[in-house]
Every structure is written in structure tokens, then in C-alpha cells.
Design a protein around this ligand. Structure first.
Ligand code: NA7
Length: 550
């Protein structure tokens, strides 16, 4: 089934989530021999690991799906507007089976290193099981939010109860009934899980460091009329989606600056967006993420909603986000989050007032009190975007490590390539729209671009491609300039690397959106991959690139 030890393939794909699977499919389509490695025991990436109660996508299901196969789209039916983790995982498994992708993937095998051999222009990929595979191309599809931050609370090793992380939720489930539970962290994961944990546990204490902006997901069944319209013009719908910033569309975008309309009209629009779905709130006006005063109107709208939802005014005040712009930390799509704090069996601890001092054998000690608990849920986030790549010991030309290349923050060309690392491509890498857009749409755009680049090399007798250092610096500057134009850098968010101590403070995503980004990528490709350097030579490795798909 698999190539033998020390075998050679055209491309190694690291990761078998949405990105890795489509890369395997597409590269096989263009005739490359491929080999995939996945650290987990099964495919699915993010959706394999994040099984915490309430885990749900914040992009609509019809949009958060592949578009490369019309047949796939025709035969798959999503049950909910915002799909749950189990349904998304079922979809991913269906795709892998339907396109016979599993046979290329070695599961439960972590890529521990990859080094570029400059003489042969080949990568050697090493795995945790001691395998070494030579390949022309490496496609790193290791995920953007796939490396949970390890909990670093003093005393945790002495805790006699159980502790779990949302981003590595146990597959055999976690018993909540009769348990006193603590949740630490109120980002998307915490805020999605909290209402469900509260309903299942004997008692819940939420430990909040920063109150987050959120809005109701407004989940429900997929609207049949919307679905029919999408299916009637599937390609047209997807093309239009690709031109948007977020890789998603809604009918409520006014295209107007928030302060250009009257207060009453603004309130009505916010109300309409609130009742449509959380993502509409962020884009109902055109300038919410660039104009502080406009942003404050949205922030105030959300704060008022919290005051209405939460009965105890003191609790409502603690849950009210302040001190950073609305949306600059990821807006959370939740269901019943604030109302959960009206339950008599749920408490809120504000860590800004009473920080955690340590974990004791029986619970959590803050500067004010001991909170006895049986189970601690860490919803404390990820080493986002750069973490999974840096964890892999990638070595480019002259033995350059990625840590060295990125000592002051990630430098990439388009979030797709890194100077000094020839024939390596990253999917949704830092410097691409990635986490700020529909990841599945972005993945398809990335993989298609990579496949076109490889086709270009094949057609022109080129065996090595590498981002130029100058082009890379110019791209980093463009990413920074775009981010600085917005309010995003004004929050201590994981978008800025602020959640990981010592991580360089750099805005990690390309903020101008998928549509603009895809156009830039196309222009660059049309100009002969301007900014990239190529080396002439035979591209083919055994088996030949022209062999039929396996
Ligand atoms: P996030 O969004 O990084 O949220 C992590 C939360 O944990 C956030 O509220 C943090 O507070 C809190 N946190 C982190 N470290 C600590 C410590 N040491 N003490 C107390 N509280 C802490 O991660 P999620 O998993 O919720 O979401 C990640 C993305 O996954 C999400 O945006 C979606 O795209 C999917 P802070 O705000 O840093 O003060």
C-alpha cells in the first residue's frame, strides 16, 4: 500500500485535515505521486481533535465545504446552518473515502523533521516512527490552530481530579454528571462549551481573564430556499464567495460606514444582523474594523445585549468586554452563553480581580478563595499559525532552521512559501488570509495555486522554486501595513501572537481578505511567479511525474 522505507515520492503532504486531504487529491490529479502523514490516529485535523461539547464551525456549512467536485457538493447534505464537529468530521471522512485518499495517508505518524538536500534538490522527511522519505515537494498542511498551549499552572501535577483541554478532548468522552467543573478560558472554545457543560455538570465555575465580544450563532436547520439557490448556481455562488473578504456572504452588508446612517437606522441594522447570525454583525457596516468610533457603536450594541441577558448587574458588568475593539479578538459565535450565568449552579470568577495563584490537589486557588472542583477544562487556546510549523524542525538551504528564519516573527511570501526553504509550500500559512477567512475556501485557493506552480515548473523544465528574500520582505511589509490600517493590532489576541509568552508580536494573517489576496496571487502567477527564483533541471523523480494517478 505504502512506499517502502526510504522511498521517494514527488510530494509529501503533512497533515490530513481539510488542507492535507485536498492537497493529496489535487497533486494526485496532476500526476504526482503523493504520501501523506498525519500525527493523529485518524484524519480530520482540527475536527478530529476539537471534540469538546458544543464544538461548532463559525462559517455556514454550505460555505465551509469543498467546491472542487460538483458531485460531492450535490450528494452531501448538511443538517444544520453551522455544522457541529461530529458532522464536519463525518464530511471529511466521506471525502477521504469518496476520493480514495486514505491509502496515501500514514496515520498516527508525526513528521518530526524535514531537511532540504541542495545537491539533489530533494527533501528528506523524517517521522516519529523512524521513517525517512525523499520527495521533491513538501506541502505543510499542519493546521493553524492545531497546537494547544500546554496548561502552565503551578500545582497542576498535584491535582487529584481530572483535567482536559478543549483542543485535545478525550475520545471516550468526559463524564460531567455530578461533577464540580472549572472552565478556564472564554475564547470561542470556552464560550461554546460553557452552556453545555453547565447543563450537564453539578456545578460550574468559569474563570475569565478577558471578557470577549460574542453574538448568537443563530444556528438552525439549513434554510431550504438558500440551499436551493446555492445548488442552482453552485459554481457562480462559489465564485462570488471567493471574491469576498471572509469567504462567506450574507444579505445584510450595507456597504456603508456606520456613522453615515442615523442612530436609529444603525440600531435597526445591528438588530437585524444580530438576529441573522453573528458573522453579519461584524460586516453589516463597512468600517467597523478600521474606524474606532464606528467600532465603538458595535461594541456598545453588544454590551447592551449582555446587560439584557444577564440578570445580576455585577455579573453582567464582569462579562462586559472593554479596553479593546469589538472584533479585534475573534468574535465568538455562541448559543446561550450569557444566559448561562443566570443559572444558580454557575459562578463567574474574574481573574483580573482575583488571579489564579495555583492549582491545589482539590481545586483552584485564587487570590481570594479556594474553589473545589473535580474536573478542570482548559480552554486556553493555541500556539496559532506558526506553532505547528516551528514544531517540525524544518531545515532549508545551508541547514537554515525555521526558528532561525522566523526569530523575529514569521516571514513568508504570500503565506505560501518561505525564502531559504525551496519546494516547500505552506497551506494557510502566516501572512495569508487563513484564520480571518473561510479556511476551506482559502485551502482550495492555496492548493490550486501550488498545483499551478508545479505545473509551471513541469512545463518549463524547472526543478526548484524558492521565494526571493526581497519579495518576502515586501510581502511582510504589505501584511503589516494592511493590519496597521485596521483595529486588529489593538488587542492582545492570538492573531498577534500575544497569547504565547515570548512569541514575537506580529499580526499573523493577511487582513485584506480572500478576494483581494487571491487576485494578488493570480497576478503574481501570471507574471511568471514574480518574486520567486527557479532553477532549471529535470523535475521528475521516480515514479515519473507523468505517471497516471494512483
Ligand atoms: P482563544 O481564543 O485563544 O481563547 C483562550 C482563552 O483562554 C482566552 O479567554 C484567554 O484569555 C484564556 N487564557 C489563556 N491563557 C490563560 C491563562 N493562563 N489564564 C487564564 N486564562 C487564560 O482559544 P480558543 O480555543 O477559545 O479559540 C481559538 C480559535 O479556535 C477560535 O478563535 C476559532 O477560530 C477556533 P485572554 O483573552 O488571553 O485574556
Amino acid at each position: 500500500m505504502h512506499k517502502p522505507h526510504d522511498g521517494t515520492v514527488d510530494a509529501v503532504v503533512i497533515g490530513a485535515g481539510f488542507g492535507g486531504l485536498y492537497a493529496l487529491y489535487k497533486l494526485r490529479e496532476i500526476g504526482l505521486s503523493v504520501r501523506g502523514f498525519e500525527a493523529a490516529a485518524d484524519i480530520g485535523g482540527t475536527w478530529y481533535f476539537n471534540r469538546y461539547p458544543g464544538a461548532r464551525c463559525d462559517v455556514e456549512s454550505l460555505d465551509y465545504s469543498y467546491s472542487f467536485s460538483r458531485e460531492l457538493a450535490d450528494e452531501w447534505r448538511w443538517s444544520e446552518r453551522f455544522a457541529t464537529q461530529p458532522e464536519i468530521l463525518r464530511y471529511i471522512n466521506h471525502v477521504a473515502d469518496r476520493f480514495d485518499l486514505r491509502r496515501h495517508i500514514t496515520l498516527a505518524t508525526r513528521v518530526t523533521g524535514a531537511a532540504f538536500d541542495e545537491d539533489a534538490n530533494l527533501w528528506t522527511v523524517t517521522t516519529g516512527s523512524g521513517e525517512r522519505v525523499r520527495c521533491r515537494f513538501v506541502i505543510a498542511a499542519a493546521g493553524s490552530l492545531s497546537l494547544p498551549k500546554p496548561p502552565d499552572f503551578e500545582g497542576l501535577d498535584e491535582f487529584r481530579g481530572r483535567w482536559v483541554q478543549t483542543g485535545a478532548w478525550p475520545h471516550d468522552g468526559v463524564e460531567l454528571a455530578g461533577k464540580r467543573v472549572a472552565v478556564i478560558g472564554t475564547g470561542s472554545s470556552g464560550m461554546q462549551a460553557i452552556p453545555i457543560i453547565a447543563a450537564g455538570a453539578a456545578h460550574l465555575t468559569v474563570f475569565q481573564r478577558t471578557a470577549n465580544f460574542s453574538a448568537p450563532a443563530m444556528n438552525g436547520p439549513v434554510d431550504p430556499a438558500h440551499e436551493a439557490a446555492v445548488r442552482a448556481d453552485f459554481q457562480g455562488y462559489r465564485r462570488a464567495l471567493m471574491e469576498t473578504a471572509g469567504g462567506a456572504r450574507h444579505p445584510l452588508m450595507t456597504g456603508l460606514p456606520a456613522l453615515q446612517v442615523s442612530e436609529a437606522e444603525r440600531a435597526a441594522k445591528y438588530e437585524e444582523a444580530w438576529n441573522f447570525a453573528a458573522f453579519a454583525l461584524q460586516t453589516v457596516f463597512s468600517d467597523l474594523m478600521v474606524d474606532e468610533a464606528a467600532n465603538e457603536t458595535a461594541a456598545e450594541f453588544v454590551r447592551a445585549k449582555i446587560r439584557t441577558a444577564v440578570k445580576d448587574p455585577a455579573v453582567a458588568e464582569r462579562l462586559t468586554p472593554r479596553g479593546y475593539p469589538f472584533g479585534a479578538k475573534r468574535l465568538v459565535f455562541e448559543t446561550g452563553y450569557h444566559e448561562t450565568f443566570n443559572r444558580p449552579d454557575v459562578d463567574l470568577v474574574d481573574l483580573r480581580e482575583t488571579p489564579i495563584e495555583r492549582i491545589t490537589p482539590t481545586g483552584i486557588r485564587t487570590s481570594e478563595a479556594d474553589h473545589p472542583v473535580d474536573l478542570i477544562v482548559f480552554a486556553t487556546g493555541f500556539d496559532a499559525m506558526t506553532g505547528p510549523l516551528l514544531a517540525m524542525d524544518l531545515r532549508g538551504t545551508g541547514g537554515l532552521t525555521l526558528e532561525q528564519a522566523w526569530a523575529d516573527g514569521p516571514l513568508t511570501f504570500l503565506g505560501l512559501m518561505v525564502a531559504g526553504f525551496p519546494n516547500l509550500f505552506t497551506i494557510n500559512g502566516p501572512g495569508s488570509p487563513s484564520v480571518l477567512t473561510n479556511m476551506v475556501a482559502a485551502i482550495e485557493q492555496h492548493v490550486d495555486w501550488i498545483a499551478d506552480c508545479i505545473e509551471h515548473m513541469r512545463a518549463n523544465g524547472l526543478r526548484r522554486v524558492e521565494a526571493g528574500a526581497e519579495a518576502q520582505l515586501a510581502w511582510a511589509e504589505e501584511v503589516r501595513r494592511m493590519a496597521d490600517y485596521t483595529l486588529f493590532p489593538r488587542a492582545n489576541s492570538w492573531y498577534m501572537g500575544a497569547n504565547v509568552p515570548g512569541k514575537p508580536s506580529v499580526f499573523l494573517a493577511y487582513v485584506a481578505g480572500l478576494g483581494t489576496y487571491a487576485k494578488r496571487c493570480e497576478e503574481i502567477a501570471r507574471a511568471g511567479y514574480e518574486g520567486c527564483g527557479f532553477e532549471r533541471g529535470e523535475l521528475g523523480v521516480k515514479p515519473s511525474l507523468t505517471s497516471s494517478p494512483r
